[in-house]
Write a protein that binds this ligand. Structure first.
Ligand code: NAD
Length: 431
């Protein structure tokens, strides 16, 4: 396969639109692939809408004795291929449309890597950085209670996402189990290993990002060894990806978090930055590099750019300023459809989120399987199986991209949407 096959022009019969609303962008991406597949309009209509949306408003006792009411969501986009799966996000900016977009992306992601799940997502409008652990625990337990009638090991299985951690997933599991009267580890993934979590889950998303980056770099004619990398976001996905890039000989020259970034052309000391972020809650207090803004990081002179923070970071406003030759989406939805188009026009290779960050949900699937069987695997086995599944999906997507002469995101969607559509058709319409 030649370099150009990753870079070929996308189909142009659907005019490109861009929105600050992630759900609008998700619908637009679906429209592009529906047009390419000549999808039945009725089926397209079904896929546009989440199957179930739950909004909850619930009280939490704060440390100062006051009561605050929080708003939360759980959206299940499609369950044709199995129970729905998707993380829970705690963020001061989340809303129903963001959660809808994230749920839809989960449907495609699970289908692309061919695991037997549909897509879902949860969100709570809150700022976990300004809350105590006690407040977050009470919020997590009450939110779990509010959504407990729509989640379960056979129905919908949450996991961590931005703003949530494995400890919070232990509270989800404990709360759900208290309601059921017995321990139900398989209700949630991304738990600590002490309560049925999987070895390798914490690193899985970042590890998958590096696996996909290595494959794409190979096609583009360079190796990770010595490659200059910038990573936006230093949480579960970004910090692990940065660490594994560095372990594989890449020079991670720029990293950032919500407070700002750091740049060092000789390569940043990632273990030291991890220690700093753990201690201070941000990497910006570290002295090992020059301060750099998040927007400058996206435009840094690097080979590989990994946006691993949040949506809409690369848009029609800045895609033409990105200097990386390879962009690997660690976050969900960091590039808008207009940015995708600019990258194609400029010959920048883009590895889409639904493939590049799927290592996490693959190992979440393994965790669910292990919990249901009460039989646990060694980390090496988890990592090997994850890599096999992710590489199979990568090659499937590349083959479709070559066959149909389309870009990697559209090719990934062709596989995902096709698998979901076939499941819907095989099941038939009830009643
Ligand atoms: P996290 O909360 O652990 O970390 C997020 C990081 O991004 C933090 O360092 C935060 O400071 C930083 N950040 C937030 N807003 C920023 C901004 N505007 N600019 C720069 N940095 C910013 O979250 P995470 O779990 O690492 O998730 C990050 C992204 O990856 C999200 O889009 C999430 O949906 C996606 N994702 C996560 C997983 C997973 O397993 N956790 C799996 C697949 C995809």
């Amino acid at each position: 396969m030649g370099v150009t096959t990753l870079l070929d022009e996308p189909r142009r019969s659907v005019a490109v639109r861009e929105s600050v609303n992630p759900y609008e962008n998700a619908l637009h991406q679906l429209e592009i692939v529906a047009d390419h597949l000549k999808l039945d309009p009725g089926l397209h209509e079904v896929l546009k809408h989440p199957q179930r949306e739950l909004t909850v408003n619930f009280p939490v006792k704060m440390d100062d004795g006051t009561t605050r009411v929080f708003k939360g969501y759980r959206v299940q986009h499609n369950v044709s291929r199995g129970p729905s799966k998707g993380g829970i996000r705690y963020s001061p900016k989340t809303d129903l449309d963001e959660v809808r977009a994230l749920a839809m992306w989960m449907t495609w992601k699970c289908a692309i890597v061919n695991i037997p799940f549909g897509g879902a997502k949860g969100g709570v409008l809150c700022d976990p950085r300004s809350m105590s652990m006690g407040e977050i625990e009470r919020l997590t337990r009450r939110y779990t209670t509010e959504i407990s009638h729509v989640i379960g090991p056979d129905t919908d299985i949450p996991a961590p996402d931005a703003g949530t951690t494995s400890d919070m997933m232990a509270w989800v599991m404990d709360t759900y189990s208290m309601h059921r009267g017995h321990t139900v580890p398989a209700v949630v993934t991304g738990k600590p290993v002490e309560v049925g979590g999987s070895e390798g889950r914490v690193d899985a998303t970042g590890r998958g990002v590096v696996i996909i980056a290595a494959q794409a770099a190979d096609v583009l004619g360079f190796s990770l060894k010595g490659a200059r990398v910038a990573v936006q976001g230093f949480g579960n996905v970004g910090s692990v990806a940065a660490r594994i890039f560095a372990e594989r000989g890449a020079k991670v020259v720029a990293v950032s978090d919500a407070y700002g970034g750091l740049y060092n052309p000789d390569g940043l000391d990632i273990p030291a930055l991890l220690a700093c972020a753990r201690k201070d809650g941000t990497l910006t207090t570290h002295s090992g590099g020059k301060p750099m803004s998040n927007s400058d990081l996206l435009e840094a002179d690097v080979d590989i750019l990994v946006p691993a923070a949040t949506e809409n970071q690369i848009t029609s406003q800045n895609a033409h300023l990105v200097r990386a030759k390879l962009v690997v989406e660690g976050a969900n939805g960091p590039c808008t459809p207009a940015a995708d188009r600019i990258f194609f026009d400029r010959g920048v290779a883009l590895m889409p989120d639904v493939l590049a960050n799927a290592g996490g949900v693959i190992v979440s699937y393994f965790e669910w399987v292990q919990d249901l069987q009460s039989f646990f695997w060694q980390e090496a086995e988890v990592n090997t199986r994850m890599e096999q599944m992710l590489l199979r999906a990568y090659h499937d997507v590349v083959n479709v991209a070559v066959r149909d002469e389309i870009d990697m995101r559209t090719a990934a969607y062709v596989i995902g949407v096709n698998r979901v559509a076939k499941a819907i058709l095989k099941r038939g319409m009830y009643p």
